[in-house]
Design a protein around this ligand. Sequence first.
Ligand code: ADP
Length: 286
Amino acid sequence: MDVIVKASNVEFAYKKNNDNTPKASVLREVNTKIQEGEFVVVIGRNGSGKSTFARLLNAILVPTQGVLYIGGKKTTDEANLWEIRTTVGMVFQNPDNQIIATSVEEDVAFGPENLGIPSEEIVNRVTEALKSVGMEEQRNASPHHLSGGQKQRVAIAGILAMKPKCIVLDEATSMLDPVGRKEVLKVLQDLNQKENITIIHITHHMEEAVLAKRVLVIDEGEIVMDGKPHEIFSKVEEIKALGLDVPQVAELFHELKKDGYNVPDNVLSVEEAAQCLVDMITKAGY
Ligand code: ADP
């Protein structure tokens, strides 16, 4: 499997203060590799550096020290910018800010048009992209009349039409209602599983982190935890000390364990919890 993101001692500091003193680094010693096809969720409290990390991934920002490679290409090398920006697509928090056209299909076509793709090819790409996000029926609709979840799915389709290998979502579900969040997560899981697109999803919804294959926890500009959701969320006290929540089910099982009940400490979903309780009841002979 190819490595799509490789960060080697990456640091980033925003520009100097007015008095010319350098600002402190907001990312420090970031060393990580993300393989093509991974589904990674990034969590961390406000101001920990998540957005800055996202912006480094498609070279909106470049490291002030260290090296970041996207698909083997250094982001600091201007000659690589085009390739990096077509490899990594970004979806942002506010769905309304991402609408540029008056119809869904024109909106999705905007990216590939800018890439100079021939128009017949664009029509195919738009159709494919809208199908992938389940929005083909709204092709001629005005994006402004869609729900938040639908708008974000159109934004994702716009990225897909540029055929990226990786999509980075910077809190793209945070302004959505639970239905919209579910819709977007389903699309992300499908794109990851069926089209092998690498997903890097920044979120503060811990229930979404549970769906990932890998969770990165960032605190004060450093990656402080990196593992599978079950590993990360079994460390309830550590996660809480970082100012983060754990999924409700994990919290419940943690409390039961603290009260002396013999329950596992890596239960994350309602389904796992139900199975575990059924097993306990059966074992108790009821
Ligand atoms: P998060 O996404 O985890 O909330 P950010 O990456 O947005 O964190 O911010 C990390 C730190 O960088 C914060 O202290 C924030 O105030 C600072 N910061 C973010 N954007 C800028 C900017 N454009 N100029 C200066 N400082 C910034």
